[in-house]
Design a protein around this ligand. Structure first.
Ligand code: AMP
Length: 109
């Protein structure tokens, strides 16, 4: 059994505040929001980080889901930020690939 937190969320073993789900992706609200809107979009299949994400189709689909979820969250018109922290140097804490969607206010650089 996986010990990965986001795998457990994807499997429904740990609850989340879900926003969107399909066969391969899941989006949910970040538990410690750093902006008025802060969501995470993950592939259900485990990939440690962007370094290991060598499937261009999956990466394209991830960005498509980010775009879709931003629309669901009503941040598309005003604009938002997409962040992928990569490994330790990039501040990645959870080693399961995920994209942050941050919005709901004008973000500082
Ligand atoms: P990162 O630093 O890019 O790995 O981001 C991990 C993010 O996951 C952080 O913003 C955390 O607040 C968030 N997080 C950690 N645990 C949970 C959880 N159980 N549900 C939702 N978000 C979480």
């Amino acid at each position: 059994m996986s010990t990965c937190l986001f795998c457990k969320i994807a499997a429904g073993e740990i609850p989340c505040k879900g926003i969107y789900e399909d066969e391969d992706f899941l989006a949910f609200h970040d538990i410690h929001p750093k902006a008025p809107v802060h969501a995470l979009v993950i592939p259900k299949q485990h990939v440690d980080s962007l370094v290991e994400a060598n499937d261009p189709v999956m990466l394209g689909q991830l960005m498509d889901r980010v775009r879709h979820v931003a629309g669901l969250l009503n941040v598309a018109a005003a604009g938002y930020r997409v962040v992928i922290n990569v490994r330790d140097g990039g501040g990645q804490e959870i080693y399961h690939l995920h994209a942050h969607i941050l919005g709901g206010k004008r973000l500082p650089f």
